[in-house]
Design a protein around this ligand. Structure first.
Ligand code: NAP
Length: 243
C-alpha cells in the first residue's frame, strides 16, 4: 500500500522528528511549515538523501484555502493522503488570562483548533478506503496550564474532544483517530512562551526526573498510525514523564 502522510508543522521539533521517522518507515511525507522554509528544506534533504520520499509545502493551517492547497498538492505529488499528523500548534507568552488580548485568543484557537478541524476534514475526503489520524494534543489539556497559557490548554482540550467524537464518526469507514498528549518536550516552543529553559526548570518535579525528546513523541505517533495499532481508536497516549 502506498502510504502518504502529511505532518503539519513537520519542519521543527516534534513534527520534524515525526517526519524523519515516518519517512524511514516508508511513508511518502509532506513536510508542512508556516514560515521557516530553511528548516523544512533541511528535513526534506535528510529524508531524500537516505532514499526516502518527501517534499516541503508552505501552508498556514489556520487558513482554509492554504489547507485545501496543502492536501491537493500532496495528492498530486504522491497520491491520496492515507495518514495525517495534526502536529502544528502554537502558544503565546506566559501570562494570566486577565492579561490576554482577544487577538491572542483568536490566533491560538484559529491555529490549534480550526487548523486541526480543517486538516481532518480535508484528509477524510482522501480516505475512502480507510486511514489513520493522530492529533498532537498536550498534557496542558489535563492541567489547564494556569498562570501560563489557559488559551493554549483549552485549545488542546478541544482537540481531545475532536479526537473522541471524530473517532466514533468515522470508525465504520476504517479510519482511526487517536491523540498523543506530550508534556515538557525539548523544543523551541518554550522560547515562544518566553522561557526557553522551562523544561529544565520543571524537570525535578517530573516523576521521571527529566524532559522528553521529540523522538520519544514521534515513536508514539508512528505506532498509533501503524497497523500495530489497528484496534486502537479514540485513544490517548500521555507522554509527560508520569505527570
Ligand atoms: P515547535 O518546535 O515550535 O514547532 C512548531 C511547528 O509548527 C513548526 O514546524 C512551525 O512551522 C509549525 N507551525 C506553527 N504554526 C503553524 C501554522 N499556522 N501552520 C502550519 N505550521 C505551523 O513546536 P513543538 O514543541 O514541536 O510542538 C509541536 C506540537 O506538539 C504542538 O501542537 C504543541 O502544542 C505540541 N506539544 C508540545 C509540547 C512541548 O513540550 N514541546 C508539549 C505538549 C504538546 P515554522 O517552522 O514555519 O514556524
Amino acid at each position: 500500500m502506498n502510504q502518504v502522510v502529511i505532518v503539519t508543522g513537520g519542519s521543527r521539533g516534534i513534527g520534524a522528528a515525526t517526519s524523519l521517522l515516518l519517512a524511514q518507515q516508508g511513508y511518502a511525507v509532506c513536510v508542512n511549515y508556516r514560515a521557516n522554509r530553511a528548516s523544512a528544506d533541511k528535513v526534506v534533504e535528510a529524508i531524500t538523501q537516505t532514499g526516502g520520499r518527501a517534499f516541503a509545502m508552505q501552508a498556514d493551517i489556520a487558513k482554509e484555502e492554504d489547507v485545501i492547497a496543502l492536501f491537493t498538492a500532496t495528492q498530486q505529488r504522491f497520491g491520496p493522503v492515507t495518514h495525517l499528523v495534526n502536529n502544528a500548534g502554537i502558544l503565546d507568552k506566559q501570562s494570566r488570562l486577565v492579561e490576554m488580548s482577544v487577538a491572542r485568543f483568536r490566533h491560538v484557537l484559529d491555529t490549534n483548533v480550526i487548523g486541526c478541524f480543517l486538516c481532518c476534514r480535508e484528509a477524510l475526503k482522501q480516505m475512502p478506503s480507510g486511514g489513520a489520524i493522530v492529533n498532537v494534543s498536550s498534557a496542558a489539556s489535563r492541567s489547564g496550564a494556569p498562570f501560563e497559557y489557559i488559551d493554549y490548554a483549552a485549545s488542546k482540550g478541544a482537540m481531545d474532544a475532536l479526537t473522541k467524537g471524530l473517532s466514533l464518526e468515522v470508525a465504520a469507514q476504517g479510519i482511526r483517530v487517536n491523540a498523543v498528549r506530550p508534556g515538557f518536550i525539548y523544543t523551541e516552543m518554550h522560547a515562544d512562551g518566553g522561557e526557553p529553559g522551562r523544561v529544565d526548570r520543571l524537570a525535578p518535579n517530573i516523576p521521571l526526573q527529566r524532559g522528553g525528546t521529540p523522538e520519544e513523541v514521534a515513536n508514539a505517533i508512528a505506532w498509533l498510525l501503524s497497523d500495530e495499532a489497528s484496534y486502537v481508536t479514540g485513544s490517548f497516549i500521555d507522554l509527560a514523564g508520569g505527570r
